[in-house]
Design a protein around this ligand. Structure first.
Ligand SMILES: Cc1ncc(COP(=O)(O)O)c(C=O)c1O
Length: 411
């Protein structure tokens, strides 16, 4: 029988590549050359990191910004500044990158997972409420994929129970929550500029806040415990060298000039894909919360239901789409609680949980929605959404084609 699907040797839906990432041009080149020639390569003598902090804070509607070496560092320092310590619990979602939870372990506190919402994959405020104990010190909502977590309810829980709310905004540069950018909607917000991120310098991170006290603490922690205007050889806190370099600052300033238009385009394409994919049986785009004025689509995700595809497993569906010329993946296959670090509490020297939770167990059955997300999600990365309408139509056509011919995948 002649095959139609590319995975079986049929013609591909698409031969052309999608836009690649990162994107850079003359601005980035000039900015890096300026740093090179200035001889000021570190932030202690240069001014590029400071300029980027100011520009990013203004762009993200925040008062204070501290540039750091990575998103992981940003989370770690924000937790320190929040005063999280041994014996404390911090509530995090299980469907996220490792660092959201390991930063808590590194603060010698205990990460407590709260399950996610089925239609956004963001942390579920009801599950946060159920997980709060007298030991809970903070909560870290992740704006997963670039969709804003339910900050209204999460901030309300924070106020009610005296919790510090730290946004993990590693996916959410430029996203809008009720018309306002993220990072200082909670008490502090942490960004990543690692290679895959919507704003990147290869590596880097940022803490945003509207609270001067937190900003002073983070600035000191990231600079060996020095005071903002204190002497060079005068150290007040146990911090470290978590500084961003001038190369990163210069590159990020140039990249920031591209972010607004890129974010607008991703959002437009994401909405278009939602409208075109929703009618395809077995394909369910994620819901957009009412408070989402703009999604930054670090990932475009949808839910795959094998029942509409003759029971074909998701990985086979993804392989078929890849063969059609559509790069996509199955994303996380397990929730963080199932990683050996958590399942076996391999917390190394960070044994704070033993003080108050010697019985601590992470059990997959406590997170049914995350378990389901790990089975049903399909991820497309952000650079695909920088394509044209034709590019989006190719994604839709490929999915329609795989749906029409799923019997071929049974062979
Ligand atoms: C949700 C989330 N949080 C935190 C991080 C950590 O950022 P970084 O890789 O810059 O340390 C990442 C990305 O890697 C992430 O996706």
């Amino acid at each position: 029988m002649a095959h139609t699907l590319a995975i079986n040797g049929g013609p591909k839906t698409r031969e052309r590549p999608f836009p690649t990432w990162p994107i850079a041009g003359a601005e980035e080149e000039a900015a890096l050359l300026d740093v090179l020639r200035s001889g000021q390569w570190g932030r202690l003598s240069g001014d590029r990191v400071a300029a980027f902090e100011e520009a990013f804070a203004a762009y993200q509607d925040a008062d204070y910004a501290i540039g750091v070496s990575s998103g992981t560092t940003a989370l770690r320092l924000a937790l320190l500044a929040a005063g999280v310590k041994e014996g404390d619990e911090v509530i995090v979602p299980p469907y996220t990158f490792l660092a959201t939870a390991t930063a808590v372990v590194e603060a010698n506190a205990t990460p407590i997972f709260a399950d996610i919402e089925p239609d956004t994959y963001n942390i579920d405020p009801d599950q946060i409420a159920a997980a709060i104990t007298p030991r809970t010190a903070a909560v870290i909502p992740v704006h997963f994929a670039g969709q804003v977590a339910d900050m209204e309810q999460i901030n309300a829980l924070g106020r009610q129970h005296g919790l510090v709310v730290i946004e993990d905004a590693a996916h959410a540069h430029g996203a809008l929550y009720r018309g306002r950018k993220l990072g200082a909607v909670g008490d502090m917000g942490c960004f990543s500029f690692q290679s895959s991120k919507n704003l990147t310098a290869g590596e880097g991170g940022m803490i945003l806040t509207n609270a001067e006290a937190y900003s002073r603490l983070c600035r000191s922690y990231h600079n060996c415990g020095r005071l903002p205007h204190g002497a060079w050889y005068e150290h007040h806190l146990i911090g470290g060298n978590y500084r961003m370099t001038e190369w990163q600052g210069a590159l990020l300033l140039a990249q920031l000039g591209r972010l607004e238009e890129q974010t607008r385009l991703r959002d437009e394409n994401g909405l278009y894909l939602n409208s075109k994919l929703a009618p395809i049986p077995g394909i369910r785009p994620m819901a957009r919360g009412q408070a989402v004025t703009r999604h930054s689509y670090h990932l475009y995700m949808f839910r795959y239901d094998p029942a509409a595809f003759g029971g074909i497993p998701r990985d086979r569906f993804v392989a078929a789409l890849n063969a059609e010329g559509i790069p996509c993946s199955s994303g996380y296959r397990v929730g963080l609680y199932a990683q050996p670090i958590f399942a076996e509490r391999r917390f190394g020297p960070f044994n704070g949980y033993r003080t108050v939770r010697p019985d601590l167990r992470y059990d997959a059955s406590d997170y049914p929605v995350c378990e389901r997300a790990c089975r049903e999600a399909v991820w497309l990365t952000q650079s695909l959404l920088l394509g044209t309408r034709d590019d989006m139509d190719d994604i839709v056509r490929a999915i329609e084609k795989v749906h029409q011919h799923w019997e071929e995948l049974l062979e």
